[in-house]
Structures are given as structure tokens and as C-alpha cells.
Design a protein around this ligand. Structure first.
Ligand code: B12
Length: 218
């Protein structure tokens, strides 16, 4: 039963068992479970539970790292299938994505990147801990339409605001659409800093990106 598989996936992440997580991800693919569903219903709830355990002081950094590794092992198995699920139609746009400087969290950003790729976008993924000027220079040289900024820390979310200011300073604000996301951010935050959009999850990021580029109404 899929519910058992999903709870085993969450458990593997909570236990920090990368081998089990990778095997369960393989099982999902073998069982024709869509990779996005395996993430949404299995692995992501697991890492969110871990976040709660950390906040409650039950988990410390070693457990957090082990769980993150398990999450990454599962995502690595699912990612090719996630990307292959994409359409082959013309790219709806070119996206530059990364996690803001000072922030090494990249699990959520990688999911957004994979889902954008799956939906036909040309995605330039700069990784984590990316300088604001690198986002900008890459977007300019690639002729990007959209810049996606991920931040998981309350300190680095300020970099999202700074990035918009940088665009304004350089007279480039109207050149690019900017989409922000990451656990501490919100639609209210996006509005406050003058971003064009916000996505609370990878599917929401895709919907928002398509809407911002005028491909579908939001
Ligand atoms: C896993 C994890 C880690 C891993 C990261 C591994 C990795 N490679 O990513 C490790 C162990 C390395 C880590 C380190 C640290 N962490 Co940490 N970590 C987490 C944890 C538990 C889960 C994050 C995660 O992967 N979530 C799962 C993904 C799928 O969700 P997500 O990231 O939110 O992404 C989704 C959406 O937000 C959205 N999204 C994400 N990005 C974008 C971008 C765009 C454009 C859009 C539209 C959408 C979007 O879509 C994604 C998919 O659905 C969170 C807890 C939490 N509540 O978030 C803490 C958390 C983020 N970490 C925290 C902290 C403090 C740290 C450390 C400073 C700890 C330390 N003392 O060293 C370091 C940071 C070092 C640094 N400079 O970056 C705090 C941040 C607190 C704060 N107020 O800033 C949190 C909130 C835990 C807590 N409650 O205290 N961490």
C-alpha cells in the first residue's frame, strides 16, 4: 500500500538512513509512483518532522545532517525521473536559481530547480551560497527571464531584499522577474521587498513562474 511506502520514506529521513531512503525512492520508481508524489507525500514530510525535532531540542546537528543526507539521497534517485516528466515543448523561459550567499540549504531549491526543468524551463542552477552579483551577472549573460532566490535563514532572506535593491540601483529592475521562496519567507515578505512573486513549494514555484512569464493565468 502506498501509504506504508510513504511513511517508510518519511521514517528513513527521520532516521537519517540514506541507504533506505535511496532504496525506497527506487521502489517508488519501480512501482510507477510519480516522483513528485513520492517527495510530497513521503520524503518532504520526513524532513519537516526533522525540523520540528530540531526546534524541540530533540535533534542536534549530527542528526540534522544525517537526515539531510537521506533526503538528498532520495532526491538524487528521483531527480532524473522528475525532470524527464517534463514537457518537450518550447521552453517557457530561462531561469537562474540559487540559494543566497551565507546559506548552504539547498534541498528545497533543488526540488524547485528540478520541477522547473520538468516543466520545460531552461534552468541555470548556481547552487547554494551564491553571491548576489553572481545571480545578476549570470542572468544578464544568459538573457534570463526569471531569477529565483532561495533562503532558509532569517539572515539570508534579507539578501532577497538586497537583491531587489541591487537591480534598482543598476537600472535593471524591469529587466527580470524575481521569485522568492524558502521556509522563512512568505507572500507578505515578497510584497514587502518588491519581488514579483512567491512560492511556498516546488509546484507553487512552477505555477508562479508560468504566471509571471505570461504562460498561464495564476
Ligand atoms: C535540512 C536542514 C539543514 C541541513 C541542510 C542540508 C542541505 N544541503 O540543504 C544542514 C544540516 C546542513 C543545516 C545546516 C544549518 N541549519 Co538548517 N535546517 C534544515 C531543515 C531541518 C530542513 C530544511 C529543508 O531541507 N526542508 C525541506 C525542503 C523541501 O523545504 P524548503 O527548504 O522549505 O523548500 C521548499 C519551499 O520552501 C520552497 N522553496 C525553497 N526555495 C525556494 C525558492 C523559490 C524561488 C521558490 C519559489 C520556492 C522555494 O519549495 C521547496 C520545495 O517544496 C530546516 C527546518 C525547516 N523548518 O525548514 C533547518 C533550518 C532552516 N536550519 C536552521 C539553522 C539555524 C541551520 C544552521 C545555522 C545550524 C548551525 N547551527 O550550524 C546551519 C546553516 C548553515 C548555513 N550557513 O547555511 C534553522 C534556521 C533558523 C533561522 N531562523 O534562520 C532551521 C529553520 C531549523 C530551526 N528551526 O532552527 N540545516
Amino acid at each position: 500500500m502506498n501509504a506504508d511506502l510513504f511513511s517508510a520514506m518519511a521514517r528513513a529521513v527521520v532516521d537519517g538512513d540514506a541507504a533506505a531512503a535511496a532504496e525506497l525512492a527506487q521502489n517508488a520508481l519501480a512501482g510507477h509512483i510519480p516522483p513528485a508524489e513520492a517527495l510530497d507525500k513521503g520524503f518532504v514530510p520526513g524532513i519537516r518532522t526533522v525540523g520540528g525535532l530540531w526546534e524541540d531540542g530533540e535533534y542536534f546537528l549530527p542528526e540534522l545532517i544525517a537526515s539531510a543526507e537521506a533526503m538528498k539521497a532520495a532526491a538524487a534517485v528521483l531527480r532524473p525521473a522528475l525532470e524527464a516528466a517534463g514537457s518537450t515543448s518550447d521552453a517557457p523561459g530561462t531561469v537562474v536559481i540559487g540559494t543566497i550567499e551565507g546559506d548552504i540549504h539547498d534541498i528545497g531549491k533543488n526540488l524547485v530547480s528540478a520541477m522547473l526543468t520538468a516543466n520545460g524551463f531552461k534552468v541555470i542552477d548556481l547552487g547554494a551560497d551564491v553571491k548576489l552579483t553572481v545571480f545578476l551577472e549570470t542572468a544578464e549573460s544568459a538573457g534570463a527571464d526569471l531569477i529565483c532566490l532561495s533562503a532558509l535563514l532569517t539572515t539570508t532572506m534579507l539578501g532577497q531584499r538586497r537583491f531587489i535593491e541591487l537591480l534598482v540601483e543598476r537600472g535593471l529592475r524591469s529587466r527580470f522577474k524575481v521569485l522568492v521562496g524558502g521556509a522563512p519567507t512568505s507572500r507578505k515578505w515578497a510584497e514587502e521587498i518588491g519581488a514579483d512573486g512567491y512560492g511556498e513549494s516546488a509546484p507553487a514555484a512552477v505555477r508562479e513562474a508560468l504566471a509571471l512569464l505570461g504562460k498561464v493565468s495564476s
